[in-house]
Design a protein around this ligand. Structure first.
Ligand code: NAP
Length: 701
C-alpha cells in the first residue's frame, strides 16, 4: 500500500526532503507543515507551526500518516519525536535528549572530551566578568558560542577585546538570545565542510560531503547568515580525511550517544574543519543542514522513504547509493539580509529556470510569487564537475528578475580558487637561504657582500623602500650603507658620490633609489654606476646583455616575477604570455625573460585596441600598468597564471593591484595577491643580485 508522509518544516531543506520523497515509488501523498509556495507544488501544505507538537500529532493521527520526517532543530528540541513515539507513531528524528548534541553546546563539548572526539579547546561561562577575563588572557580571535539554539547565528568570532565584550554582553547580559551560557573556544584555521549521515544507534550511513558559505558577501565577507550557497565534491578533502571523519567523529559520536543512554535516530551533521592538525569538530547538529541538504539529497539514488522508515523503526539498512555527479547551489536572499529586509517583492522568471529551485522564504499572491523571508530560494544544478555545475547555476540565475534580491557570485571558491602565489612566503625562504649562504661566503672569502643605497630627497614612499632594503641587507648578513642626500643636491654631487662608491674595493653593489629630483638626469646617473656594481640591472650594458642573451644582472622585479611564475608549476615553453605594460624596468625585461623560456610573448600597452581580447589569450598574464583593476575577472582566461605587479594606493590608503583579485582568482589557476606578491620578491632578488655581484668580483681577483 502506498504511504502517506508528513514533513515538518517550511524552508529549502524541507523542500529538498519533499522533493526526494516525491521520487519514492512507495509514497502516495506528502503533507508539509507549514511548507511554502514551492513545496506546495509537490505536497499539501498544512498551516501548522513546526513546534506545535500537539497540533501536528493530532493531524498525523487524523490523516493516518505512515511516517513523519522532522526538518528543523526547534521541533526536535521541544520533543516532537518523544511525543509521536509515545503515541505509537513512526517518526524520523532524534529524541529531545539526543538533540542535546546540537541544542547544548556544552553537552556536545563534554561528550567530545569524554570520548576523545577531536575538537577545539574550550571553557564555558554564565558569568560575564569571568568570560571576559578568560577571553582576555588568551590569543585573539576568540570563538564565542551561545549555549542554546540560535538558528545558526549564535556564534561570534571576536577579533579583539572590544568585539568580544560586545558579543558577550548581548549573549550574557542583554538577554538578546535568552538566558544561557557561553562556550569560549580556541580559534581553528582551515577549510570548513559538512559531513552528514543517517544514524540509527551505532549504525552510521554517510552522505556526500558538502560545503556551506556562511558569510553574506563574496570573498567570505560580511555578517554570518544561515548559509548563502553550497556544493558537493570537495577537492580538498582526501579519502583518508573522509575515512577519519567517518570513523573517529561520526561513528565515535554515535557510539558515545548510545553509551550516554540517548542514542541518535535521525541525521547527525558534523560541522568539521580540516585544520593543520587534522580534522576537528566545530559543531554537531541533530538534523539535516540547510543549505547542504539542497545539494546533497538530489544525488541520492536510493529510496529516501526506505531510509527514513528503517531509521525510524531501528532496523538495519542497505548502504544508500549516491550518484557520482557534483551539485552546486546558490541562495537568493532579500537585500539587507541577515539584517532588516523588506518582504513582498515579486519574483519573475522562476518558471523559465532549467535547474532545481528550492524555495526557502516565498509565498503566493494569486499567480504572483513573492519574497517572504531573508533567504528566499536556492537554485541547484548538477554537473560532471564543480566548474560545470557552477556555470549552469549562474547562467540560470540570470533568468530570475527581482530587484529586492542578491546572491553571492563566488560559491565553491574554496574548490576553484587559483593557487595563491605567496611572494611574502617565497621571499622569506629565499632570504633564509641567502643568510645561510652569506655566512659560508664570509668564511670562504674573508668578508661579507656589501651594498650601498643612495637616496636623494625625502619622498616618503622612497624612504620606506630604502629603509627596507638596508634592513633586509643587514638581516641576510651583508654590510649595508645608507647614504642620504638633500632634495636640492646637484647632479654633480651625486655623480661624485657614485664615483667614490664605484672605486671602493670593499663595496659590491650601488643602488640609487628612483625617482630622482627634477634637477638630476636619471639616465646619466644610471650610466654612471659601475656595470659590475649595478645590482638593479638598469645599466645600459646590463640591458644590452640581457637582450643579447649574454651574462648580466637581471633587474629585480622581472627576476622575482619569473620566480613566482615558476612557483605555479607552469612549463612556459610554447605557452602564450601576455605582458601588459612596456616600461624599461618591468614590462620589457619580463617579456625578454619569458621569451628566453620559449613562451610566445604578446605585449600590450596604452594604445592596445580591445585589451580584453588580448588578455584572454594569455596562459600567463603579467600586468604592470599602475591603474587599479585595469584587468577584471572576465579578462582572464580560465586556468591562466596571473602576476599582478601594480601597486595602487586608494583614497582610503588601502593597496590595490592592477587586477581585480577576487574575480580573477575564480578563473586563474594561480595568482599573486597585492600586497604580498611581487613586492616582497623585488627586495629578495636585490639581495640575490648583490651576492652575485660580490661573487663575480671576489672570484675575478
Ligand atoms: P610605467 O612606467 O608607468 O608604465 C606603465 C605601462 O602601462 C606603460 O607601458 C603604459 O603604456 C601601460 N598602460 C597605461 N595604461 C594602460 C591601459 N589602460 N591599458 C594597457 N596598458 C596601459 O609603470 P611601471 O614602472 O612599469 O610600473 C607599473 C606598476 O607596477 C606601477 O603600479 C608600479 O608601482 C608597479 N611596480 C611594482 C614593483 C614592485 O616591486 N612591486 C616594481 C616596479 C613597478 P604606454 O607605454 O603606452 O604609456
Amino acid at each position: 500500500m502506498k504511504k502517506k508522509v508528513l514533513v515538518v518544516g517550511g524552508g529549502g531543506r524541507e523542500h529538498a526532503i519533499v522533493d526526494a520523497l516525491s521520487r519514492s515509488p512507495q509514497v502516495a501523498k506528502i503533507y508539509c507543515a507549514p511548507g511554502n509556495a514551492g513545496i506546495a507544488g509537490l505536497a499539501e501544505c498544512v498551516p501548522l507551526k513546526d513546534t506545535d507538537v500537539a497540533g501536528l500529532l493530532q493531524f498525523a493521527q487524523e490523516k493516518k500518516v505512515d511516517l513523519t520526517v522532522v526538518g528543523p532543530e526547534a521541533a526536535l528540541s521541544v520533543g516532537i519525536v518523544d511525543a509521536f513515539r509515545a503515541a505509537g507513531l513512526r517518526i524520523f528524528g532524534h529524541t529531545k535528549a539526543a538533540t542535546r548534541i546540537e541544542s547544548s553546546k556544552e553537552f556536545a563539548k563534554v561528550l567530545m572530551d569524554k570520548y576523545g572526539i577531536p575538537t577545539a579547546g574550550y571553557r564555558s561561562f554564565d558569568d560575564f566578568d569571568q568570560a571576559m577575563e578568560y577571553v582576555n588572557a588568551r590569543p585573539f580571535p576568540a570563538v564565542l558560542k551561545y549555549d542554546g539554539l540560535a538558528a545558526g547565528k549564535g556564534v561570534v568570532i571576536a577579533a579583539d577585546a572590544a568585539e568580544a565584550e560586545a558579543a558577550l554582553r548581548s549573549m550574557l547580559l542583554d538577554g538578546t538570545f535568552g538566558k544561557g551560557r557561553v562556550v569560549v573556544e580556541d580559534y581553528l584555521t582551515g577549510p570548513e565542510f559538512s559531513f552528514m549521515a543517517f544514524v540509527d544507534g551505532e549504525r552510521v550511513y554517510p552522505m556526500p560531503l558538502s560545503q556551506d558559505h556562511k558569510r553574506a558577501f563574496d570573498g567570505d565577507k560580511g555578517p554570518n547568515t544561515g548559509g548563502m550557497g553550497a556544493y558537493t565534491g570537495l577537492p580538498f578533502i582526501e579519502r583518508s580525511d573522509r575515512t577519519f571523519a567517518q570513523k573517529k567523529i561520526l561513528e565515535a559520536a554515535a557510539k558515545a550517544m548510545v553509551a550516554e543512554g540517548c542514542p541518535l535516530s535521525g541525521v547527525l551533521y558534523g560541522g568539521l574543519m580540516k585544520t593543520p592538525d587534522g580534522i576537528k569538530v566545530i559543531e554537531f547538529n541533530a538534523r539535516f543542514g540547510d543549505p547542504e541538504t539542497e545539494v546533497v539529497l538530489p544525488l541520492l539514488e536510493s529510496d529516501v522513504y526506505e531510509i527514513f522508515s528503517a531509521v525510524a523503526e531501528g532496523r538495519p539498512l542497505a548502504e544508500p547509493r549516491w550518484r557520482r555527479a557534483v551539485t552546486l547551489g546558490v541562495v537568493l536572499a532579500s537585500k539587507g539580509y541577515p539584517g532588516k529586509y523588506d518582504k513582498g517583492a515579486e519574483i519573475l522568471g522562476v518558471d523559465k529556470v532549467g535547474v532545481k529551485v528550492y524555495h526557502m522564504g516565498t509565498k503566493r499572491d494569486g499567480k504572483k510569487l513573492l519574497t517572504a523571508g531573508g533567504r528566499v530560494m536556492m537554485l541547484v544544478a548538477e554537473g560532471r564537475n564543480i566548474r560545470a555545475a557552477r556555470e549552469k547555476v549562474y547562467a540560470e540565475l540570470e533568468k530570475i528578475s527581482c530587484e529586492a534580491l542578491f546572491y553571492r557570485r563566488d560559491i565553491a571558491h574554496w574548490a576553484l580558487d587559483g593557487q595563491l602565489l605567496d611572494g611574502k612566503a617565497l621571499s622569506a625562504s629565499i632570504k633564509e637561504e641567502l643568510r645561510e649562504r652569506i655566512g659560508k661566503l664570509e668564511i670562504k672569502y674573508g668578508r661579507k657582500p656589501s651594498l650601498a643605497v643612495i637616496i636623494v630627497g625625502s619622498n616618503p614612499a622612497s624612504q620606506v623602500y630604502v629603509r627596507n632594503k638596508v634592513k633586509t641587507a643587514i638581516y641576510v648578513g651583508m654590510n649595508s650603507r645608507l647614504i642620504t642626500m638633500a632634495e636640492d643636491a646637484s647632479e654633480e654631487a651625486l655623480l661624485q658620490m657614485i664615483d667614490t662608491l664605484n672605486r671602493d674595493p670593499e663595496l659590491d653593489g650601488v643602488l640609487v633609489q628612483l625617482p630622482l629630483p627634477k634637477q638630476i638626469n636619471e639616465a646619466r646617473v644610471i650610466d654612471a654606476i659601475a656595470r659590475e656594481k649595478d645590482v638593479d640591472g638598469f645599466h645600459p650594458m646590463n640591458v644590452a646583455n640581457l637582450w643579447l642573451g649574454r651574462p648580466c644582472t637581471i633587474p629585480c622585479t622581472p627576476k622575482g616575477i619569473l620566480r613566482l611564475i615558476d612557483q605555479s608549476g607552469i612549463d612556459l615553453s610554447g605557452k602564450t604570455a601576455v605582458v601588459v605594460g612596456r616600461s624599461n624596468i618591468v614590462g620589457k625585461p619580463v617579456a625578454k625573460l619569458l621569451l628566453d623560456r620559449n613562451a610566445t610573448v604578446v605585449m600590450a600597452h596604452s594604445r592596445t585596441k580591445d585589451l580584453k581580447s588580448v588578455t584572454l589569450q594569455a596562459d600567463v598574464l603579467v600586468v604592470a600598468v599602475g591603474k587599479k583593476h585595469v584587468v577584471t575577472g572576465d579578462m582572464v582566461k580560465p586556468g591562466a597564471v596571473v602576476i599582478d605587479v601594480g601597486v595602487n594606493r586608494d583614497v582610503d590608503g588601502k593597496l590595490y593591484g592592477d587586477v581585480d583579485f577576487v574575480d580573477a582568482r575564480l578563473r586563474a589557476s594561480a595568482i599573486t595577491p597585492v600586497p604580498g606578491g611581487v613586492g616582497p620578491m623585488t627586495i629578495s632578488m636585490l639581495m640575490e643580485n648583490t651576492v652575485e655581484c660580490f661573487l663575480a668580483r671576489v672570484e675575478k681577483k
